[in-house]
Design a protein around this ligand. Structure first.
Ligand code: GCW
Length: 679
């Protein structure tokens, strides 16, 4: 028995494609259409769409539709590519009904788009929509919507909190593709069109993935994804010409190196005709890169871009480049400046098939950061935003933390690059500056746990990443609610409670962890649980500078590191001054005395105490809310979540007490409300 068969009866494994329960939700007005699916043969992605529809219909109405390519005039659903109706070249689909109401048409700009339309129809079925409300037109502004695995050949996943890799074990690539197929279905259902298969930190074995030793197996995985319109990419080791090519250098300006990469690309595409290209972490956290040879990121990226260009490949070049050997004693240096300082001077120099992949914030996926000023800085370079779906600093998929609201904030942020309304979403889509390529990358949160994401509620982040990458205008709430309906069915108490829990969860987590944008109060390496000074005297550039008077990093142009001046006006001015800086980012931009009064009238210190007491209480409320659903939810899902909420409550208490005690000891000032702070 393969893994998918083993798990397929578990609701937690089926996620939001739990067609079994569509029986309770589907509207009968759709039933006549579901009797027949018309689909032209010979197109594999269209076949996948038909198969998926068929499975959903079976769940909803307990019969299997007839699938045919011959139009015999029967009532039914028609799947068809219709390029002419979607001229702008982006993925787009339409669901419409014929005038005589005998047909539902799902048409798309290309095969993939029809598949996305089919899934949208399936979601409508699952959400109980009726035939007269079925019509819709949807298109994405983002050409690249990629899920990135940080999976290692060993089977471990860097920053993975949901078990081991579904792709690798003990240095070998799996031969059971059943679960990979189900992953492809989940990803395609939310519009993902690329996946990179290995960690951006590329170790010895994965360095060889681009060689004939591993390519047959990578190709086998790629062919599964390709049935769902997903193109496979690989993270590469910049020093591969030395490590596997036997050359003495990886200098991007050396002809032998350029030739090696060109031949390597030719080989890869001979195995995988729809291969996507490379993801590159270079000159970052000890990874090799062009700096070793006195070259820069343009030299490195363009060399790879030229190698993959003949095959239509792309290079996603990460901007997570900073000095990780800093001296905490030197307060003039600032890691937050790094992406901008490194990449702004290179604007306009990258090839058209290079996309800079930029983390949403200037530091590293903290619970609260400003948006990186590189968005709005760069004008002549393809860019995409990188989000971390896996919950590294946001609770390890133990703590509930629905991340869509945070991602929305980043996408909605106004950079003022072309005056008011110059949102990040329009920069990464390419719209604002007319760049040909762009989109969003998500670091995956799945592993081999039965629920994929360990915590079943963390599935909402996987779903949400795709839904938002497809359409950044969707709201956090509509994403949360539709996920809840598709996952749990239409019990309105369940849907309302779960939606509310999700929507509150990011604030709750922030309340008991790092206040006002300061970040990094975590235990080093593991990045879970409180350790206020854990990163304070380290080399990582992650400081809070708390002393007996105050806390925060002065990043102003006037007296600090000058980071605030990397933004355009009026943002630079806004962040520069204590009075206009958004309070949730106060400590990111300013060193603030504990006695400083916030807009609420509380002192900064009292705010820290209050928010930590509050956060711990709120964690308990989340748990109570969940308990109120006992008996209404699949028992395994219920237990998995309950177990984690119990831990979350304990952890929130630990956070509350460690943080409050820390500041009490620094200041000697008690809580105004006389609550227990351990001396
Ligand atoms: O946040 C850091 C993580 C590393 C990760 C790195 C990166 C893949 O702690 O584990 O390495 O970011 O994004 O490259």
């Amino acid at each position: 028995m393969n893994i998918a068969e083993m798990y397929s009866s578990l609701p937690q494994y089926r996620c939001w494609l739990n067609y079994e329960q569509f029986h309770d939700t589907a509207d009968t007005s759709l039933e006549p259409y579901c009797r027949t699916i018309f689909v032209p043969s010979g197109f594999k992605v269209l076949q996948s769409a038909a198969a998926e529809l068929s499975a959903a219909v079976k769940g909803a109405f307990r019969f299997s539709p007839r699938i045919t390519e011959r139009d015999d005039g029967a009532c039914g659903i028609v799947l068809a590519v219709d390029e002419d109706s979607f001229p702008d070249g982006c993925d787009a689909f339409r669901i419409s009904r014929s005038v005589d109401e005998t047909r539902i048409y799902i048409t798309g700009a290309n095969e993939n788009s029809v598949l996305y339309g089919a899934f949208e129809f399936i979601f409508a079925l699952g959400c109980g929509k009726s035939a007269d409300k079925i019509e819709m037109l949807s298109h994405t502004p983002n050409r690249i919507r990629i899920m990135q695995q940080w999976d290692n050949a060993s089977g471990d996943i860097e920053r993975g909190y949901a078990g081991n890799s579904i792709f690798y074990k003990d240095g070998k690539i799996t031969s059971d593709f059943s679960r990979i197929r189900d992953y492809a279905r989940l990803l395609a259902s939310v519009g993902i069109n690329y996946i990179s298969l290995n960690n951006v930190n590329v170790h010895e074995t994965e360095t060889k993935f681009i060689t004939p030793e591993y390519l047959p197996q990578i190709a086998a995985i790629a062919s599964v994804f390709s049935e769902y319109g997903i193109r496979v990419m690989l993270s590469i080791n910049f020093a591969a010409p030395i490590a596997v090519g036997g050359l003495s250098t990886a200098d991007p300006l050396e002809e032998s190196v350029q030739n090696w990469w060109r031949e390597t690309a030719d080989t890869i595409w001979s195995y995988i005709p729809d291969f996507g290209g490379f993801v590159v972490k270079a000159d970052s956290e000890g990874r090799p890169g062009p700096y070793t040879y006195g070259r820069n990121h343009v030299d490195g990226a363009n060399m790879l871009a030229d190698a993959v260009a003949p095959h239509g490949g792309i290079v996603l070049w990460r901007c997570f480049v900073y000095n990780c050997r800093m001296d905490w004693r030197d307060r003039t240096r600032d890691r937050a400046r790094a992406a901008y300082d490194n990449f702004m001077p290179l604007d306009g120099k990258f090839r058209s098939n290079v996309v800079l992949q930029i983390k949403n914030g200037p530091m590293d996926f903290q619970i609260r950061e400003p948006v990186t000023p590189l968005f709005g800085g760069l004008e002549k370079t393809n860019q995409m935003i990188e989000f971390q779906v896996t919950q590294e600093y946001t609770g390890h998929q133990i703590d509930l933390c629905y991340l869509v609201p945070m991602w929305k904030e980043a996408l909605d942020f106004d950079t003022f690059a072309r005056g008011k309304g110059s949102r990040v979403s329009d920069i990464v889509s390419g719209k604002l500056f007319g760049s040909p390529l762009g989109g969003a990358a998500g670091v995956s949160n799945i592993g081999d746990s039965p629920a994929w994401t360990g915590n079943p509620l963390a599935q909402a982040n996987l779903f949400g990443f795709g839904r938002l990458a497809w359409d950044p205008a969707r709201t956090s709430e509509e994403i949360a609610r539709s996920w809840a309906v598709l996952t749990f069915g239409r019990d309105s108490k369940v849907v309302e409670t779960v939606t509310s829990m999700l929507l509150r969860s990011r604030d709750v987590y922030e309340h008991y962890t790092c206040p006002l944008g300061i970040g990094w109060f975590v235990n080093p390496q593991v990045h879970y649980g409180p350790s206020v000074d854990g990163y304070e005297y380290s080399c990582w550039g992650t400081y809070h500078y708390a002393d007996l008077h105050g806390i925060g990093v002065d990043r102003t142009a006037a007296t600090g590191t000058g980071y605030a001046a990397q933004y355009r006006q009026p943002n630079a001015e806004m962040y520069e001054h204590l009075e206009t800086c958004p309070e949730e980012l106060l400590l990111f931009f300013h060193h603030v005395p504990y006695s400083y009064r916030l807009k609420s009238g509380q002192t900064l210190l009292q705010y820290i105490y209050d928010s930590h007491f509050r956060g711990a209480d709120e964690a308990e409320e989340l748990k109570k809310d969940w308990e109120s659903l006992r008996g209404r939810i699949d028992p395994q899902i219920f237990d998995e979540v309950e177990k984690r909420l119990t831990l979350q409550v304990q952890d929130a208490i630990e956070w509350r007490d460690v943080v409050n005690t820390y500041f009490y000891r620094k200041t000697g000032i008690p809580d105004e409300k006389g609550r227990k702070i351990y001396p």
